[in-house]
Write a protein that binds this ligand. Sequence first.
Ligand code: NAP
Ligand code: F7E
Length: 343
Amino acid sequence: MARRAFITGITGQDGSYLAEFLLGKGYEVHGLIRRASTFNTSRINHLYVDPHDEAAQLFLHYGDLGDGARLVSLLGELRPDEVYNLAAQSHVRVSFDEPEHTGDVTGVGSMRMLEAVRMSGIHTRFYQASSSEMFGASPPPQNEQTSFWPRSPYGAAKVYSYWVTRNYREAYGMFAVNGILFNHESPRRGETFVTRKITRAVSAIKAGVQDHVYLGNLDSVRDWGYAAEYVEGMWRMLQADEPDDYVLATGGSFTVRDFLTAAFAHAGLDWEKHVRFDERYLRPAEVDALVGDASKARERLGWVPTVDTAELARIMVDADIEALACAGRPWIDTVRLESWGTK
Ligand code: NAP
Ligand code: F7E
């Protein structure tokens, strides 16, 4: 029998890579998707096989982290071996605009998932998508022992999720783990996160259809890794003998300005000629520096990332340049290009 996984947030960046990874390992994969008036499955369309086909291994179910009853019935029906809770309102700047919604989905939503596991009475392993944003103002390098000091409603909601996950492990003996992931990006990254905003701008400026891009704080430091490598770390956490919490990071330290330099230079452009400042992209409270120490994951899980931030910038610029070049052929999208290995 194939092992069965349930993924919330399967339509997001990480969910799409994780689904790909688990299908490659022979899992039957079930994903939670939100009903929307437009299709929101572009990142996983290349994985989808009609469920009437016997070869189908990926199945999608409507639901929402705001709807606890649905989560209980779905988990009771599917009885997955592994649950990956990746769904969230994941944008830090937006969490200042929508703090209540972010608390409900990114915070209480995790509690609804844990309660759904408990109430449905299933024996499963549970992964919670925790975040380096929980460290906030605690100085780098940050690891599993570093104090939390969140600087946004998003960070605070993730701290709540982290603690309820630990609480369900301690209170109910559940195999529930926190993956504390530092920033990870890819050609599938949401278009309003800074790396993808930059690489899309590079492709448009290179093609002559745009001249400049507006950004906020260029001084913040991040440790940007490649999302496709991080999902394997999630899986490894659930294969361990004992449940525990792990940081995943590259250990690299780059400012937004460094990323700009690398991305524009890869396309033969000078970023200083094309970047303008707009204060609307500043945050009421900023996280100045996140640089992770992932030695625990390396030693205990054998997880070692290979793509550094400079290489990541090149991968993302190449993908966005190619996607723009193919824009007249609507059946080709970034995900397909990447899956075909054409970058
Ligand atoms: P993402 O691309 O923004 O994807 C978020 C996913 O959550 C999407 O599938 C979205 O569905 C779904 N979602 C949002 N609200 C929902 C709701 N109310 N009910 C059900 N599903 C909902 O995020 P990501 O970058 O893949 O990150 C995955 C997880 O890791 C998130 O929890 C994020 O906070 C966390 N994380 C990310 C990073 C990073 O650098 N990427 C680092 C640390 C932690 P739609 O497609 O319908 O919007
Ligand atoms: O910002 C600065 C901004 O929005 C990075 C999420 O995946 O990682 C992500 O959160 C930095 C910040 O990511 C713009 O002020 C400048 O200092 O790409 P970001 P984030 O806030 O680090 C963590 C680990 C998560 O868990 C989150 O889910 O870039 N910045 N100018 C800008 N940021 C954006 N978005 N847009 C700008 O124009």
